[in-house]
Design a protein around this ligand. Structure first.
Ligand code: 4NP
Length: 160
């Protein structure tokens, strides 16, 4: 089983959407037994809350329902998960700051390192929280692409 954790700042915009997209794709392929998917935030601002309404509405428009409640990242997540995908460089630094071994560090990667276009590797999934509605569809498109590539990466690893 591959255990994948998506991380952003608040766990109400970007990472719950990544979790929802990935879960949806896994269920469609009928491989949900082979994955555990979760998301969290580095901040404690929104613990226990449902995703931001703008994120949920945009996800609904794209045929996706988001139901999970926000939680905060904790150091124990390094042991619970195999692959930790972080939405931006600032939050990656916050996660890495809590690592206590090389093994932990190797689990952490930026979400956009899974872009098909390699010129986008190392860049941030933009935080849509303070922006307009178009920001939410932009984030959806980015995460749709990146979760496709992430899923293919893990499916290949399972087959080999
Ligand atoms: P997220 O977006 O990290 O994608 O969930 C944000 C949500 C809340 C805040 C910032 C970003 N906030 O400052 O409350």
């Amino acid at each position: 089983m591959k255990k994948i954790l998506f991380v952003c700042l608040g766990n109400i915009c970007r990472s719950p959407l990544a979790e929802g997209l990935m879960t949806n794709k896994i269920v469609k392929l009928g491989v949900e037994e082979q994955f555990k998917i979760d998301s969290c935030g580095t901040a404690d601002y929104h613990i226990g809350e449902l995703p931001d309404e703008r994120t949920s509405e945009n996800a609904n428009k794209n045929g996706l329902e988001l139901k999970q409640r926000a939680r905060q990242f904790e150091a124990a997540d390094f042991n619970r998960f195999d692959h930790i995908l972080v939405m931006d460089n600032a939050n990656k630094m916050r996660i890495i700051g809590q690592a206590t071994s090389e093994e932990h560090l190797h689990k952490v990667q930026l979400m956009r390192d899974f872009e098909t276009d390699s010129s986008l590797h190392g860049t941030d999934v933009p935080d849509p929280y303070y922006g307009g509605n178009e920001g939410f569809q932009n984030v959806f498109n980015i995460l749709d692409r990146c979760t496709d590539n992430l899923l293919n990466y893990h499916l290949q690893a399972i087959e080999n």
